[in-house]
Design a protein around this ligand. Sequence first.
Ligand SMILES: [Zn+2]
Length: 271
Amino acid sequence: MQTCLWQFMAYLQVPLQHSNILWLFHRQMVQQHFNVPVIVDNDANAAALAEHYLGVARHAQDFVYVYAGFGIGGGLFLKGELYRGTHGYAGEIGHTIYQSELFGKPCQCGHRGCWETLANQSAILARVRARLEVGRSSVIPTLMTQQDAPLSLAIVVQAAEQEDAEAIEVLEETGSALGFGIANLISIFDPEMVVVGGPLVSAGKFLLPTIERKVAENATPTIPESAPIRLSAFGADASVIGATALVMDAILLNPTRVEGWSGNRSKELRR
Ligand SMILES: [Zn+2]
């Protein structure tokens, strides 16, 4: 349904930055159909709340959630609640610029050189393809043939599990790119912890050592103790579990007034 709505908005030539209109439209449709309160928020915010209520950040009041999958999203949980920014779009950490427009890869947001172009699932697969195209020896083509499956993150992780040097190096390169960005987040927010969730957690044991090393090397030295990096236990299900956490959050914030709202209206809800 969401894809159809995006296409409809594109047909109407509604700018993507006005996607809160889509949220409100989407929420209203579901609310009218089922006649129940409906809450709409973005996946990374939902996943961050899931970590706060049910996951590895249960006792943290200040943490940054990094959702790493086909893109990179962020949930900023600061002073005990989600921080949404002036217009409700805080946490778009994947679109912070890491390379100049001359050298950076194009990003889905229309810019070049965004962090997520270096450290997302597509970047992993592109690195693998580049290595295979120049004839590097790897078990990955054999796994693809055996499973009659296209190249995927799951196959890269299987290859790494079999100590395939190319797969391990690609995941280390990606861990390095993730680590640079997370070091920046720690320098900006000085959080209690950083939680990494999303599909890339399936490669967590190969990514995490490099992430931690890059954070130790690059986070500002004035912070006396760097925030620990924790992998989410929810993996790719984080946003779905987060949907439950959104309801819990709405009830706990205002038990007497749970009504349909979008993330952009959270301030109104909390009055
Ligand atoms: Zn971008």
